[in-house]
Design a protein around this ligand. Structure first.
Ligand code: ADE
Length: 238
């Protein structure tokens, strides 16, 4: 069941600008579910910028071969500087974030902090990477979504956007949902069930059907602790 949209805001809480060489990656994700709701209510404004619009010469070149040799192409600095500096001339960004596997790990506390920003600029690398001078001269923060290498920063930018936008007040419909998440509480979530009460011989635990809220809360707490102990003992050490 979809919840009614919150009233539309005059100005967004957060503006996210995303710079990419494959802007077509973003459409379907940004147009679905909670992100789309948040955009419709103007909690967040998201703008995608095609780096090719700032490309060099007749062919709108954005990349070139690496100095010193080697495979792959590297994004040239000029188009990125031009695009980012144009955006910066219009507003001040809290962070210019480059998505890269050698950045700081995206965690819930990082997402929490970023959700309090007003303007974020996300820079997606592609091919072999970006010219180092972009990182030196423009980027204020480098973020990785995990220890694996993707073909570009687009999916990481979407992951970051999703993690941040769902935290904006009003985005989730009921504000409790985001606060109760695994990694917000420091514990993994307890198992969830919906109807039917029995499915293929697997029954919903009696306590959840009892209507006894104190018992249900105690059961959830103990399941949550047990799950964390089994799957993520490292979280309990913290
Ligand atoms: N670009 C390619 N792989 C990435 C990753 N794991 N995190 C962030 N950006 C990336």
């Amino acid at each position: 069941m979809s919840k009614p949209l919150p009233p539309r805001r005059d100005t967004p809480l957060l503006r996210i600008d995303i710079v990419s060489v494959v802007p077509q990656t973003f459409g379907s994700v940004l147009d679905s579910s909670i992100i789309s709701r948040a955009r419709k209510a103007n909690l967040v404004e998201i703008n995608i910028h095609n780096l090719h619009d700032y490309g060099l010469g007749r062919y709108k070149q954005v990349d070139d071969t690496p100095y010193g040799g080697g495979a792959g192409m590297v994004l040239r600095p000029e188009p990125i500087f031009e695009c980012v500096e144009r955006l910066q001339s219009e507003r001040q960004y809290d962070e210019v974030i480059f998505l890269t596997p050698d950045g700081e790990q995206l965690t819930q506390p990082v997402a929490n902090r970023l959700s309090m920003a007003t303007n974020l600029l996300l820079l997606c690398g592609h091919y072999k990477g970006v010219d180092e001078r972009v990182r030196q001269g423009l980027v204020t923060r480098e973020i990785s979504i995990g220890d694996y290498v993707l073909t570009g920063g687009e999916l990481p930018a979407l992951v970051l956007t999703d993690a941040v936008v769902r935290l904006l007040p009003g985005a989730m419909g009921d504000s409790e949902s985001a606060l109760g998440d695994s990694f917000q509480t420091g514990f993994l979530d307890a198992p969830q069930y919906t109807k039917p009460a029995e499915f293929r011989g697997m029954r919903v635990p009696e306590v959840l059907q009892s209507g006894d809220h104190a018992n249900i809360a105690a059961w959830r707490e103990s399941m949550s602790l047990e799950r964390t102990r089994q799957r993520r003992p490292d979280m309990l050490e913290e």
